[in-house]
Design a protein around this ligand. Structure first.
Ligand SMILES: CC(C)(COP(=O)(O)OP(=O)(O)OC[C@H]1O[C@@H](n2cnc3c(N)ncnc32)[C@H](O)[C@@H]1OP(=O)(O)O)[C@@H](O)C(=O)NCCC(=O)NCCS
Length: 161
């Protein structure tokens, strides 16, 4: 059997919400890249993701959801961005494809800027964002209390469109 290497990027639909919640829960289990930690209430997240599905772009491979990116449009023309790629699919261009699509969409919708926060140790994410022109705008010091009790900084990054 050959390994699946091809994926497609498309807009999310309401029926994708459950898969999105499961991907989110799996990435939260890593306790590393995203702010949310386990336990994730998958049913509650499914409802929440279904309600905001319009801002979500997916990567799908052989019918499986392998990556997602969400942009929350603020009233001020800025889109707040969050994303995750399933672990086995990292380093294979999924994040870059999602970000390419998100930037194009944000421009077409007239946003003037994309904004995000990333943990300072998240080298893969920071490299990805820099590759697309995001710059570091500041640092939120000891902003995120982790389940371990540690207080993590985050780096604020922005891309003017
Ligand atoms: C961050 C994340 C979305 C990147 O997605 P990805 O599909 O692995 O990204 P890509 O394969 O498109 O790689 C993009 C760039 O990131 C960099 N990169 C990827 N993996 C890297 C690693 N392990 N270390 C350093 N840089 C890395 C490279 O510069 C790469 O560009 P290149 O292929 O042109 O050299 C993914 O690692 C992820 O989901 N992590 C867990 C959740 C998370 O941290 N989300 C972001 C929260 S801010």
């Amino acid at each position: 059997m050959r390994a699946v290497t091809a994926f497609e990027v498309r807009l999310a639909r309401p029926e994708d919400a459950r898969g999105l919640a499961e991907l989110f829960a799996a990435v939260a289990e890593e306790r590393d890249g995203i702010a949310t930690e386990p336990p994730v209430d998958v049913a509650a997240r499914t409802k929440q993701f279904a309600a905001s599905i319009d801002g979500t772009i997916l990567a799908v491979a052989a019918g499986d959801l392998v990556g997602s990116l969400h942009v929350d449009e603020s009233r001020f023309g800025v889109g707040d961005l969050g994303m995750a790629v399933a672990r086995p699919w990292r380093g294979r261009g999924v994040g870059s494809a999602l970000l390419t699509a998100a930037i194009e969409r944000a421009r077409s919708e007239g946003l003037h800027k994309l904004s995000l926060e990333v943990f300072p140790h998240n080298e893969a994410a920071i490299a990805l964002y820099r590759k697309f022109g995001f710059i570091e705008e500041g640092r939120r010091v000891k902003h995120y209390r982790r389940a371990s009790g540690e207080l993590w900084d985050s780096i604020v990054m922005g891309l003017l469109l």
